[in-house]
Design a protein around this ligand. Structure first.
Ligand code: ADP
Length: 275
C-alpha cells in the first residue's frame, strides 16, 4: 500500500467501541482511501505471502490462534476475500467454516454450540464465513427467535468473545460493506453469466427486499459488539481488489502485532551433530 493514509488502515475502518454507530456513515467505495487498483492487487499478494510466513510462526509457537469473522450481505464477497487473502496460506494452517441455516441438531442446542465446535486450534487461523452474528442479524430481521432472547445475545456474544481472547484467541471481525446498487449489479451478473449462475439463489432477492432492515440490524450489532477486545472493522467492498487488500493488510498487521515466537528448543546445537 503506497498511499501513506492507508499505512495503518485499522484506524480508518474500526468501529469505535462504546460509541453510537451507523453503517450509513461509512462509504462502501474504497477509492478515497486507496486510489491505485494495481497497487491494491500487488499489496494483497505481498500481504498474503507475509500471512503465510506469520502463520508458520504462529504454529511453531503453538500457544495462540487467530479467528477471522466475515459478515456481509449476499454478494459482499466473503468467499472471494478468503480466496485472495489466504491464497498463500498453507492448507494445514487454516480452517474455514461456513455457517448456513442451522441443522436440526444445531437448533436443538444454544446458538453458540456450533460456533464453539468450529473454533481454531492453537497455532492456526480460523475463518468464519458468517458466524454467531447471524443469530442477531438474519434471526432478528426474520424474527426467528423471541425479541427478548435476541436482545440478550449481544452481551452474551461479548462475553463469549472475551473468554476466547483471554484464552489466546485473537479475534478480527470484518463487515464487508457494499452499496445497494453494487449488490444489484452483482446479482444481475450472477444471472447473466452462465459460469456464475449457480451462485444465484432466489432467496437472495427476499433478503435484498429487506435491505434496510438488515442495515439496521448491522448497526445494532456493530455498535453493541465492537469491543476493545474484539473490534469490528467495516471494509468498503464495492471494489473487490481494494476490499481484499484492506483485509489482507489488517490480518497481516494483527499477526505482526501478535509477534509469534517459536519456543526455545531447550537444547544446544552442538549436542546434535548431524553427519
Ligand atoms: P452464502 O449465502 O453465504 O453463500 P448459503 O447460500 O448457504 O451461503 O446461505 C446461508 C444462509 O443461511 C443465509 O441466508 C443465512 O442468513 C442463513 N443463516 C446463517 N446462519 C443462520 C442462523 N443462525 N439462523 C438462520 N439462518 C441462518
Amino acid at each position: 500500500m503506497t498511499d501513506s493514509k492507508t499505512e495503518d488502515v485499522r484506524e480508518a475502518l474500526i468501529v469505535p467501541p462504546g460509541q453510537p454507530f451507523q453503517l450509513a456513515s461509512r462509504n462502501p467505495d474504497a477509492k478515497p482511501l486507496f486510489r491505485d487498483k494495481d497497487g491494491a492487487e500487488e499489496s494483497c499478494k505481498e500481504d498474503a505471502k507475509a500471512i503465510d510466513r506469520l502463520q508458520d510462526e504462529l504454529y511453531a509457537e503453538g500457544r495462540r490462534a487467530l479467528l477471522v469473522v466475515l459478515q456481509g450481505i449476499d454478494t459482499a464477497g466473503k468467499s472471494g476475500t478468503i480466496k485472495s487473502v489466504f491464497a498463500e496460506t498453507g492448507p494445514m494452517g487454516v480452517s474455514v467454516t461456513a455457517f448456513g441455516k442451522p441443522s436440526e441438531a444445531e437448533l436443538a442446542r444454544d446458538y453458540l454450540w456450533r460456533i464453539n465446535a468450529a473454533l481454531p486450534a492453537k497455532g492456526t487461523i480460523g475463518i468464519f464465513d458468517r458466524s454467531h452474528y447471524e443469530d442477531v442479524l438474519v434471526v432478528r430481521v426474520r424474527e426467528l427467535a423471541p425479541r427478548e432472547d435476541i436482545e440478550r445475545r449481544y452481551a452474551q456474544i461479548n462475553e463469549f468473545e472475551r473468554r476466547l481472547v483471554e484464552n489466546g484467541v485473537v479475534i478480527l471481525k470484518f463487515m464487508l460493506h457494499i452499496s445497494f446498487e453494487e449488490q444489484g449489479k452483482r446479482l444481475r451478473a450472477r444471472l447473466e453469466d452462465p459460469c456464475k449462475r449457480w451462485k444465484f439463489n432466489p432467496a437472495d432477492l427476499d433478503d435484498r427486499a429487506r435491505w434496510d432492515q438488515y442495515q439496521a440490524a448491522y448497526d445494532i450489532a456493530l455498535e453493541r459488539c465492537s469491543t476493545p477486545h474484539a473490534p469490528w472493522y467495516v471494509v468498503p467492498s464495492d471494489s473487490k481488489t481494494r476490499r481484499n487488500a484492506l483485509i489482507a493488510r489488517i490480518v497481516r498487521r494483527t499477526l505482526e502485532d501478535m509477534a509469534p515466537e517459536p519456543p526455545d528448543p531447550g537444547f544446544k546445537l552442538e549436542d546434535y551433530p548431524i553427519r
